[in-house]
Design a protein around this ligand. Sequence first.
Ligand code: GLU
Length: 509
Amino acid sequence: MDAKVRVRFAPSPTGGLHLGGVRTVLFNYLFAKHNNGEFILRIEDTDQTRFVSGAEQYIQDTLAWCGLVPDESPLHGGPYGPYRQSERKAMYKEYADKLIEQGNAYYAFDTPEDLDAKRKEIPNFQYSLTHRMGMKNSLSLSKEVVDELLKNNTPYVIRIKVPENEEVSLEDVIRGHVSFDTNMVDDKVLLKADGMPTYHLAVVVDDHLMKITHAFRGEEWLPSAPVHVLLWKYLFGLDKMPKWAHLPLILKPDGNGKLSKRDGERLGFPVFAMDWFDPNTNNTTIGFKERGFLPEAFVNLLAMLGWNDGTDKEMYTMDELIAGFSLDRVHKGGAKFDYEKAKWFNAEWIKKMDNDKLAGLVQPFFDKEGIEVHDPAYLVKVIGLVKERCHLLPDFITQSSFYFKAPTEIDTSSIAPKWDAKKSDFFKALAKIYSSKIASGIITEPAVELEAAFKELVAKHELKAGELMLPFRIMLVGSKFGPGVFEIVEAIALKNTIERIEYSLQLLS
Ligand code: GLU
């Protein structure tokens, strides 16, 4: 039997999680769950110079929000921990030493100044087979000199010795056979002077130690793949190497290239999953969550950026995605991001979602806006009345604030041109009728009865209902939108209806 499927998402905690990053998580997760496998979160934090406080927590929060919960992670633990590479520091040296012993790696003693000088001297300098013999390392120096330098604790890094004139290849699950000419690959640093591994060594060692069977990552990592394949070959054997899949990029909606945070700022939409507060700049970048996306919709739209099941179906629950997911239906080419389409997904999910559940999600947006909800059941009812018109959760504020408080601005300019004394008398009479209902103990009535009372009065005043509906709506809502006028009257109750009629009559007099 094949080994249990084990996949990993291995982010470096350096900032907010981009759409593309979350989609990488999603495809890992779906593949694992489809195959009854395990999904691991490993934090690749070996580059301490890029450490950003809060970034790891942000990643964990984002995964939790999306419902992509890892089976093993720094938070959840697991049998192959620690799951933070900085805490695994001591494990990597033996592999670097093994590479040195085998002749697949070497010590390099060049100082940062030496490297700078070389970069100045040689345009596009790369530490590779063309230049390595002109540098200060255990290939160019004699054994005695090297031993002496090591004995004196001279700082060094360990670099991979990329072989000359070889073809390195891998079978990518999405792209098929991909090959690289080693003459184009540089001698990457594997172990740094402080004993910390670089990403290249750590990713291979950890994928091995954590028994990863499939490694899925963004296409931007493809240029690093030859180094990883060589390390697999030298350390563990190519037959042990995980299967690779380099996922296509998410592209800008306009023009070419990868969708960037800057594109989002330029075009006014989020690119990160959740708000990201950057402690280095004190700037917050808006996220899909805070913009008012439902996690179900976010996951659904991400899945459709680069995958489909071969039919026209677009709406998927997580369970449906797990059941239907297969890598052979992941596209090779990048997918253009379309924000309008993203909002369409959210609107569809809002329509599908239970009103009770939506109420819990809308409430924080109301709180932020200072709209008080006295009766949770009333909020649930209102949500049912307006959800068809909402794309994003804050749309519930614009679509329904008039249910909770009188509109502060009344679009009288849309009423005034056709306003006359007859209409004014009509609304005064309507307010009276509604007041008498309150006096008789009726606070509110079903919409149909309120409409019947209204129509009766229209006939009595010899007016046309059509001419009165728009002014009435504007008096209640503030402007020309919202559900049926009498549904609104029923919901806000007669007392509030009367107050709003009277307020508008004052403005129009
Ligand atoms: N640490 C890499 C990153 O930041 C992971 C690449 C990989 O999955 O191998 O995305």
